[in-house]
Design a binder for this molecule. Structure first.
Ligand code: 3HC
Length: 278
């Protein structure tokens, strides 16, 4: 299958890696061919580290990279599947999807990796039906894909997407469209609550994370997890949950807003509630 992935950041690159590892061809797109190539090079470097650690053979890494292609947008015209992973902004997503709607063949399936936005709204006016395929970070390591059904997503498309997820080694769950779907509706307020506990002086950042790791067997605490996800992403999802529901339980903690304004986004900027080597 030929899969065109628009957005080559952490999620897009990870999704390309997973499709390619399972024998599919992945076209990787960013704002320019040069930028997509830079993301592809970054992915190759991360696979080299896995080879060096003995977690992957050089042949498997070369084989995987040979199916990740950087081409002009026109090459997506005959893609079997398009997955959009661009910025979490409805206008940006709609503009891209409308362009692809006229470019892609009729049979191309349109999917979105949105973490919280409405698929029904995104698909409005498109000829291609849409489905949600919500992957988790780090994509190669996380087994789940939320398969999201919007108000106009055909039932057969949901079934097709479920089977596709199984074929790439993931476990799908079917979710009806709702702000945040299942995981982010629960997980993002959890990260927000971790920041509330810190701000109220209940415990230090280190101890909050140790408490949740050792008290609940979570692989990482809420503050490290927010650092992994990116506090800009956390804030954006909290704002979507709040704006869609007006429920005060989804009010983002002001400290998160301040961290985002300061560029302290987490692992990707080298500093969040903890510091990292970039
Ligand atoms: N590529 C391939 N494999 C990877 C990988 C990558 N980029 N990153 C991790 N892995 C694999 C490792 O190779 C290892 O598997 P292996 O032993 O078979 O090779 C396995 O994952 C575990 O990795 P590590 O041993 O390096 O590290 P840890 O055991 O500390 O696990 C973690 C790291 C998987 C990130 C773990 O800490 C974890 O599960 N954290 C929680 C992550 C989480 O909750 N993610 C969801 C975020 S929310 C989201 O994404 C939704 C969005 O919309 C906001």
């Amino acid at each position: 299958m030929k899969v065109a992935i628009f957005g080559a950041g952490t999620m897009g690159s990870g999704i390309a890696q997973v499709f390619s590892a399972n024998g599919h061809t992945a076209l990787l797109y960013a704002t320019s061919v040069e930028s997509a190539q830079r993301h592809k090079d970054k992915l190759a470097a991360s696979l080299s580290k896995r080879v060096a650690k003995g977690k992957m053979t050089q042949e498997a890494a070369d084989d995987l990279m040979s199916r990740i292609l950087v081409e002009e947008v026109a090459a997506a015209a005959d893609a079997d599947l398009v997955i959009e992973c661009v910025a979490e902004n409805m206008a940006v997503k709609k503009e891209l999807l409308q362009r692809l709607d006229t470019l892609c063949k009729e049979e191309t399936v349109f999917a979105t990796n949105t973490s919280s936005l409405s698929i029904t709204e995104m698909a409005k006016g498109l000829m291609h039906p849409m489905v949600g395929m919500h992957f988790f970070n780090p994509v190669p390591a996380m087994k789940l894909v939320e398969v999201i059904s919007g108000a106009n997503t055909p039932t057969e498309l949901v079934e097709w997407t479920k089977n596709l997820c199984v074929g790439i080694g993931k476990t799908p769950v079917v979710v009806n469209e709702a702000p945040g779907f299942v995981v982010n509706k629960i997980l993002i307020p959890y990260c927000n609550e971790g920041v509330c506990v810190l701000q109220e002086g209940v415990a230090s950042a280190e101890d909050i994370d140790i408490a949740m790791q050792l008290g609940c067997n979570h692989p990482m605490g809420p503050l490290h997890l927010g650092d992994l996800i990116g506090w800009d992403v956390v804030l954006n999802i909290m704002d979507v949950l709040y704006n869609e529901t007006h429920d005060p339980k989804y009010r983002a903690n002001v400290l998160i807003r301040k961290m985002v304004r300061a560029g302290k986004l987490g692992i990707k900027t080298g500093e969040g509630f903890f510091t990292y080597n970039k």
